[in-house]
Every structure is written in C-alpha cells, then in structure tokens.
Design a binder for this molecule. Structure first.
Ligand SMILES: Nc1ncnc2c1ncn2[C@@H]1O[C@H](COP(=O)(O)OP(=O)(O)OP(=O)(O)O)[C@@H](O)[C@H]1O
Ligand SMILES: [Mg+2]
Length: 357
C-alpha cells in the first residue's frame, strides 16, 4: 500500500509574495487525490514543496515518519525514492533519448543490470503508449508524448507516492480519457498514493477519491470527491463548471463590485459564454479496466468516509449513501429506508482528512 502523506500548516512565500498559507491535508494511503486551482495559485509550488525541492516557510510534510521540511539531506535523498514525480514541463533531459530519460532513475538509484533496466523501461514505455519512440529525443516529439515520457519515468522506481503536475495538459480529449483510465489502472495495479494537479474538469470529476482546491492563497477545501462535487462554495462551483461567473477572474480575483455586476447581468438572463449545462453533482468514478485487480483503496476509503459521514454536508452524505452496495449497507449497519445520520450544522465541515489544526 502507498504511503500516507500528512501536510500540516504548510506556508510558502517568495520574498514578500505569499503563495499559500496553512495548508493542511492528508493524502490517504493508496487513494487518488486531485488538486484544483486557477493558474498561479501555487499548485506546482505545492508539489515541489512536498518533495523538498522548495523550502516552505513553516509547516510539516510527513512521510513514513520523516518531515520533508526539516529532515537532513541524507534522509531527504532516501524519502524521495518513494516518490515518482511528473513535472509540469515533463523535465526531460533534452540531450537524452526517451529510453535513456526513462532509464535515468534506475541507473541513478538502483544496481539493476542493463538487461533488467531494459525490461522495466520497455514496460513503462508500453504502458504509456510510447513503444517505438524510445530512440527519439524530447525535441523531436509532441508535447503530449513528452508528458507521457515524463510519466513513464516517474513510474520506473515503483513509487509509493505519485505526484503528477497537469498530466493532461497538451493532450487531446481522447488521450486525456486514456490517461484518466491509465491513472486508475495504475492505482489498481500498484496501490500507490496519487496526487494529480489538473485543470481538466472531466478528469477531476471522474478519477479521484478526494478533491481539493487552492484559491486566494489558501486551501479552500480538501475532502472526499462527493463533498466538492456537490459543494455550493462559489469558487468550487465556478471551477468545476468552467464558468466565467464567479469569484475567479482572468488574471486575478475579481473584486466584490465586479462579481455583483456580473451576477446582476446573469440574473437578467445573459449568458456568460460557458456551457449552459450545470455539471454539478456526483458522476460515477472510473473503474479499473476489466481483468485488472480491484482498487484496494475503495474499501479503505469507504470505511474512512463512513466514519466521518455525519460531519459532511447533506448533499455529500446523500451521494455517498446512494453509492453504497447492498453489502456495504449491511457492513455499515444501514437499513432501508434512508438512514442518513442527522447533519450537525454547528460543526464546520472538516477539510477531511486532516482538518485544520
Ligand atoms: N522559484 C520561484 N521563485 C519565485 N517565485 C516563484 C517560483 N516558483 C513559482 N513562483 C511564483 O509562485 C506563484 C505560483 O506558481 P505556480 O507555478 O505554483 O502556479 P500554478 O498554480 O502551478 O499555476 P499553473 O496552473 O499556471 O501551472 C507564481 O506567482 C510564480 O511566479
Ligand atoms: Mg503549475
């Protein structure tokens, strides 16, 4: 099972520019999570902070008992081996062909023979649909292929934790659908903890167990997918529906007057140019390709979410209960009709897992 990652009170600035503060969340072991957020909110900075490439001002990021923020270089070197990272730009070595790029971590971190390396590399290239391209240089292939090569390289060390920074950017919709399936299949096969940063609404709605969103220098929410997919928090709703109407503007946040003006405009029946269809609501989550093992995270997640069910908003509770099978209902002692526990309105919705300290 993949490692749990516990982030507590993480805060990052560059000089006087604050990026985000007090980010607290837990990536549950072996589950798939997605982090959303408008451009420039510091998602890439967050991923880099999680693996110690950037140093946060304060807070902790703990993996297997090691705090990546404060540990020694030697400890960091060890703990980094648990991570497979796909950087936003692919971060391939321009002078190396794809084969050597993907083989690089194996040559650097293992004592495998070239024959063993070849087996692993060809396996990952095939998994990401790059067989036949292994002799090409990064400059000779498309952006989408570079992304996939970066993913292949992130996988060669059998990581316990996989971080993917916009794996879908530069991919066409069909490739993005394949990629979504690939991520779920991968999770089923190796039970790794996965965090994906993406702007792709479809991927965000169908792939992860948990969803989070960074906005206005804070983690707005992080929790089970059902919570964000049914949320009426304006920024979450706007993002998951890809609307212009809402707090997110083109270059920066809108001010209150502008939001009010746009709302009045929309209320008067004017379209904001986005799809008319309201995408809100829970859609079925992708399942592994038939023939692959079940995702072990599914059972663990159900147990975990059922324990905090009473603290979730009503719409999320309804969605979770509706997704339970007959066996689940017996397991959790739920009997028809509608056994939803009363929602405690006095309690703030916890940004489960972790919550705020
Ligand atoms: N090494 C750095 N030094 C100084 N500022 C930086 C550095 N890296 C990032 N930033 C700044 O931090 C902010 C957040 O950048 P980041 O790349 O994390 O955004 P993002 O959410 O990943 O955006 P996008 O969705 O466009 O990829 C930006 O204002 C950026 O200029
Ligand atoms: Mg980024």
């Amino acid at each position: 099972m993949g490692a749990e990652v516990v982030v507590e009170g993480l805060t990052k600035s560059f000089g006087s520019q604050a990026i985000w503060r007090d980010v607290t969340l837990t990536l549950p072991p072996g589950e798939v999570s997605v982090m959303l957020g408008p451009s420039g909110t510091g998602k890439s900075v967050f991923l880099k902070s999680m693996i110690g490439l950037l140093k946060p001002d304060r807070g902790r990021c703990v993996v297997n008992g090691v705090d990546i923020v404060t540990c020694s270089e030697a400890e960091l070197y060890e703990v980094r081996k648990l991570f497979g990272v796909l950087f936003q730009d692919g971060a391939l070595f321009g002078s190396m062909n794809l084969y050597d790029n993907v083989a690089f971590p194996l040559r650097e971190h293992t004592r495998k023979s070239e024959a063993e390396i070849k087996r692993v590399v060809m396996d990952k290239l095939e998994l990401t649909g790059l067989q036949g391209a292994e002799r090409k240089l990064p400059g000779e292939i498309s952006g989408g292929m570079r992304k996939r090569a970066g993913l292949a390289r992130a996988l060669v060390l059998d990581p316990e934790i996989i971080l993917c920074d916009e794996p879908d950017s530069g991919l066409d919709p069909v490739r993005t659908a394949y990629l979504s399936q690939l991520l779920i299949d991968l999770n089923a096969q190796i039970d790794a903890t996965i965090l994906i940063v993406t702007h792709n609404i479809n991927l965000a709605r169908t792939v992860p167990d948990n969803l989070g969103m960074l906005f206005r220098k804070e983690l707005v929410m992080f929790g089970p997918r059902e919570v964000l997919l049914t949320s009426d928090e304006p920024v979450v709703e706007q993002f998951l529906n890809g609307r212009r109407l809402g707090p997110i503007g083109m270059s920066e946040e809108k001010d209150a007057a502008q939001i009010a003006q746009e709302e009045a405009h929309a209320a008067a029946g004017h379209s904001d140019g986005s799809s008319e269809e309201d995408l809100r609501g829970i859609v079925p989550q992708l399942e592994p390709t038939p023939g692959l093992p079940e995702r072990q995270a599914v059972r663990r997640r159900k147990d975990r979410v059922m324990q905090v069910l009473h603290a979730l908003p009503t719409a999320a509770q309804d969605g979770i209960i509706a997704s339970l099978t007959h066996e689940d209902r017996l397991r959790y002692g739920l009997t028809a009709p509608s056994p939803r526990p009363a929602h405690d309105d006095t309690q703030e919705i916890p940004a489960w897992p972790g919550g705020r300290p």
